[in-house]
Design a protein around this ligand. Structure first.
Ligand SMILES: C[S@@+](CC[C@H](N)C(=O)[O-])C[C@H]1O[C@@H](n2cnc3c(N)ncnc32)[C@H](O)[C@@H]1O
Length: 438
């Protein structure tokens, strides 16, 4: 039986626990909040949306919060309000300074999608005509990769518009995370993902993987009583309707009452109209079920934005090795950005050795670094690493994981690094801390 262990995080969204890795998929403080803070807020959308084609790679898609938050951000900020063009981007030109949108410059003077210099005020200008003049959605492509088929298939069913869970308690408790869960919290989700995004993802998965309709694990998990608060009834109903349409009608006709089908046909059409209205169906969302290492070796796409959301380096080192970052470097656009939550010296050192420039991912509200960004173009780094953190990379803590053929087992990768650490003449991080920490 497939192991599916959900719990309610402190922002009311669903998080998952993985027994095999003894690790959580999502922060107990809030799964959706975490995705927004770590993978959406650090993105320079102004720069990203000037690209004629935007390729996003979501490594370790899981139940898809990072992809969903990205798509939802595009939807809420650039599509939902149909007048956004005149309201926010009047001149169709803006600067790379997020807080300053220059409405006074005539767009006719700028014709390329390249970064150009404005001699008068020395600000960099971007042409966004090419993208906003057309259909923004047809320029966006999200590739999501994970090696857990069942989990990714369940992703569009997970409720993301949770309003108030106080009367809707889940019974799941895991020792490992219990201390982080705030029982008294009313668990009202401030951040919401529009249901259209889940429907879009469901449609794209069902198109590429029609086997989802025959997968018995999925159906049995969706039907389990204890999971009822987790899954969205609309998407579940549409799934069953699609299943019904696909199967030999006479075989299951008796299971699904006629009126029930009419009801879900109506809902399905409503969502289809919604996708059409905002051209969301033109977004290319593609799920790949594979080991991310195997996928990246054979992939030819250049990405503008890469989310790396693997389990922690000590649990899943195979996606944090020098060789994996070398692959990511190869697949990164010159203005592209890799976002990770890891602050580990070994990971930062691997990124640098793979040819990437790195900086902090910073939470301005909390005045705290919440991860690492890696780029090719150092001008894109806003927050540079401190002398202390740079020094740490030269200690034993900076010894990175290796996986030459991108096929090693996690255990072997860990063992190899431990051996290297034991044989190393570098200063230990504890000694470095004693010498340098104030
Ligand atoms: C921390 S969870 C990611 C959570 C996810 N971003 C979400 O929003 O639900 C880590 C994910 O990495 C996946 N994973 C682990 N090893 C992998 C590998 N070698 N290749 C691809 N995916 C892998 C797991 O299946 C799991 O879904």
């Amino acid at each position: 039986m497939y192991k599916f262990k959900p719990y309610l995080t402190n922002d009311g969204s669903i998080g998952l626990y993985n027994e095999d890795f003894n690790d959580i998929y999502h922060s107990a403080t809030g799964a959706i909040t975490e995705a927004y803070e770590k993978f959406i807020l650090p993105v320079n959308f102004e720069l990203l949306l000037t690209k004629p084609k935007i390729n996003v790679l979501d490594i370790c898609y899981g139940i898809g919060y990072n992809s969903k938050c990205f798509l939802n951000y595009i939807f809420e900020n650039f599509l939902k309000d149909k007048n956004f063009k005149s309201k926010q981007y009047n001149s169709a030109i803006y600067t790379n300074n997020i807080s300053h949108i220059n409405n006074n410059i005539c767009s006719d003077t700028i014709h390329t999608d390249n970064l150009i210099n404005n001699n008068t005020n020395n600000e960099k200008l971007y042409n966004i005509d090419s993208i906003y003049g057309n259909n923004i959605c047809s320029n966006i492509s999200v590739t999501a990769i994970d090696n857990d088929k069942n989990l990714t298939f369940l992703s569009p069913f997970i409720k993301t518009d949770i309003k108030n869970f106080s009367n809707n308690k889940l019974e799941f408790k895991y020792e490992r995370i219990e201390k982080y869960i705030n029982e008294k919290n009313n668990k009202k989700s401030k951040l919401k993902i529009n249901k259209l995004i889940n429907f879009l993802i469901y449609q794209k998965i069902a198109q590429n993987y029609p086997e989802i309709l025959e997968n018995t694990d999925i159906l049995s998990i969706l039907e389990r009583k204890e999971y009822l608060p987790i899954f969205d009834d609309d998407i579940k109903g549409i799934y069953k309707l699609d299943k019904y349409k696909r199967c030999n009608k006479s075989q299951i006709e008796y299971k699904l009452p006629f009126l029930h089908n009419i009801y879900y046909s109506h809902i399905s059409n409503k969502y289809k109209k919604g996708l059409k209205r905002y051209n969301l169906q033109d977004i290319n969302f593609e799920l790949k079920i594979d080991d991310a290492r195997n996928f990246i070796k054979n992939d030819k796409t250049i990405y503008n934005l890469i989310f790396l959301d693997a389990f922690s380096p000590s649990k899943c080192p195979c996606l944090w090795t020098l060789e994996f970052f070398q692959q990511l470097h190869k697949h990164l656009d010159k203005d592209g950005v890799i976002l990770t939550y890891s602050t580990s010296a070994a990971i930062r050192n691997a990124m640098i050795n793979a040819g990437l420039k790195i900086g902090y991912k910073y939470n301005k509200d909390k005045n705290f670094p919440i991860g690492t960004v890696a780029v090719k173009n150092s001008n894109l780094i806003k927050y540079h690493l401190s002398e202390y953190d740079l020094g740490l990379l030269k200690t034993r803590a900076g010894i990175f994981y290796r996986d030459e053929n991108l096929t090693g087992l996690n255990e072997a990768i860990i063992e190899r690094r431990n051996l290297e650490i034991n044989n190393s003449n570098l200063m230990s991080s504890s000694k470095y801390n004693k010498l340098h920490r104030v």
